[in-house]
Design a binder for this molecule. Sequence first.
Ligand code: F6R
Length: 248
Amino acid sequence: LPVTIYDNPSVASVAVARRIADLIRSKQDRQETAVLGLATGVTPIRVYAELVRMHKEEGLSFKNVVTFNLDEYYPMNADAPQSYVTFMQDNLFKHIDIDPANVHIPDGTLPLEAIADFCLEYERKITSYGGLDLQILGIGRTGHIGFNEPGSAPNSGTRLVTLDDLTRSDAARDFGGKENVPTKAITMGIGTIFKAREIILMAWSQKKAPILKKAVEGEISGEVPATYLQLSDNVEFVVDQDAASELT
Ligand code: F6R
């Protein structure tokens, strides 16, 4: 399993941003669309900051880019400070020239009975653009990718899920207390992620070292959903020295 270890998250993030930019430019040269799967959370923030810098200082355009975010809390208003819509606007979309019509994020405002259809449509849209060229991932301390918590099936699609207790504890600070963290989310499935032509999982800091070891070296099991990535030929783990510190 390819694991690339960088000295620190900044250099790693710049390397990942360059790969995204190379993909976007090579698609531009062929007048094609780049289809990106995006993550939120602390991990990709510096990647997005570097992409914004490349847009502002190097003329990198996102006109030919279509994005699909992994997940959103449910329920969640789009304009809430904790929403992944707000996160993506603040960290990336409002700073670049992407067409808002090309941005897709699971809708946390839907009535419960509309979610199943929305999820099928999300999958259909990804397919209609020819599938994801590149999926960016972080990893949760439960071993989740997207919000595919322990127990997720390897062929799962976009769906409503229940968040693990540890995931809600880790989100407590953003919500001013765990009791305010939604209990559910809409997430792309493991199967959705797997269909991407390229997958990059990023992990920084000592806090991620134990789960990274399990993800990379542990037995493949639904107990640690990220272990399913061991079955992919198209995945690379991009990590810093701290996150890699428990790897053998
Ligand atoms: C976010 C997502 C999650 C995070 C993971 C790590 O869209 O899908 O899987 O990547 O929870 O979060 P951070 O980066 O905040 O440690």
